[in-house]
Design a binder for this molecule. Structure first.
Ligand code: ASP
Length: 365
């Protein structure tokens, strides 16, 4: 008899504990960093997360700050010129970041497992929800422009590999030899990952058995609001040591990039597989649309959700899956939300004033 009485109690206990079990196992969904929306923003960019720390040499910090400022200036100028659009702002800003060689995009892209560079990018506008993307391109100097060409000059959304490259060539985009993307910093990162692998077989399988090692830094993205239309774009070299052919979230509309005039524009950075599985960029817009949340709150919740996911490849100092987003709503409220140590970002307000932010507080002295 006693046993039968205990059963309902046990069921109740299990029901109470089950929903919080993931949290108990992987940590809480504490408020992600960032927030504090800035008002009246017309263009904002990010340069990924976790790439700058107190250990970063000051001259490197200055270079990153300058690149962000140049990108914002270029985007703002293009966008506010007669006939300029929010898409112009996003594309122009991202091109500067791609060309700088300082970020994991364009010239600074990271290497695949076999020592090549495969680049991904996407762009979207929020009025007609037109979008374009390219993935695994190896000879296109500015993948963000190729993404825009796919959006505007084809009836497709996503072109990959050789087909995307042929398309870029036909549309007279700048083509470079693959060696253009070779850069020492990313090469050293690849060597470092290889050296730290405990199990050489993991190279073949594309697994990473170096959990504390971060393999992604500096994806770039932009969000803009001009002439009543939102736009968003993202560009990346992906993850260091990724298997050839691996495509992350950055060129996937709804995962790494999304723009919808009724809700917000989003560009993401982080471990792409989870951004695809949780459709993070669209999830943020959906929270705004269906729950009536602000873009900032929606972004905070989406990132908090990442913090509750048990991961096989945890990043040191990060709970759950590492990731961050920038969001801009139709009224110009901008914020960044992330669960890493920092997120590189900057914005321009409608009066043309440029602000860049590498740290949440003043840079560590
Ligand atoms: N999200 C990118 C990818 O998974 C990487 C990054 O954001 O750093 O390809």
């Amino acid at each position: 008899m006693r046993v039968w009485k205990a059963v309902p109690l046990a069921v109740v206990a299990v029901c109470l504990v089950l929903p919080v079990l993931p949290v108990l196992l992987v940590g809480d969904a504490a408020e992600p960093a960032g927030g504090e929306p800035v008002k009246d923003v017309v263009l904002a960019i990010h340069g990924g997360e976790g790439d700058v720390s107190s250990k970063t040499p000051p001259d490197q910090v200055k270079k990153v700050e300058k690149a962000l400022k140049d990108a914002l200036d270029a985007g703002y100028k293009k966008m506010t010129a007669p006939g300029g659009t929010s898409l112009d702002g996003v594309e122009a800003a991202i091109r500067v970041l791609e060309d700088s060689g300082l970020f994991d995009a364009g010239k600074g892209s990271v290497f695949t497992h076999d020592g090549h560079n495969e680049l991904d990018a996407s762009i979207m506008e929020g009025k007609d929800k037109k979008a374009g993307a390219v993935a695994s391109v190896t000879i296109v100097k500015n993948p963000i422009s190729a993404a825009r060409a796919v959006m505007e000059k084809s009836r497709y959304v996503l072109l990959v590999g050789r087909g995307a490259e042929m398309f870029a060539l036909e549309h007279k985009l700048e083509i470079v030899p693959p060696s253009y993307f070779w850069n020492q910093k990313s090469w050293d990162e690849l060597q470092d990952v290889w050296k730290k692998k405990k199990d050489p077989r993991s190279r073949r399988e594309g697994r990473d058995d170096t959990p504390a090692r971060r393999r992604h830094f500096g994806t770039v993205g932009a969000v803009a609001r001009w002439d009543g239309t939102l736009a968003a774009g993202t560009s990346t070299g992906g993850l260091t040591d990724k298997l050839p052919g691996r495509v992350g979230d950055s060129p996937i509309i709804g995962a790494g990039t999304y723009a919808d005039n009724a809700t917000c524009a989003v560009s993401a950075t982080g471990i792409g597989e989870y951004f695809i599985r949780y459709v993070i960029a669209h999830d943020i817009a959906a929270r705004v649309k269906y729950l009536g949340h602000s873009a900032d709150k929606a972004a905070g919740e989406a990132i908090a959700q990442l913090q509750t996911i048990p991961v096989t490849e945890p990043t040191e100092g990060v709970k759950g899956v590492e990731g961050g987003v920038i969001v801009l709503d139709p009224k110009g409220n901008f914020s960044a939300r992330y669960n890493s140590t920092q997120m590189t970002r900057g914005y321009v307000t409608s009066d043309g004033v440029v602000t860049v932010r590498l740290f949440d507080k003043d840079p560590p002295k």
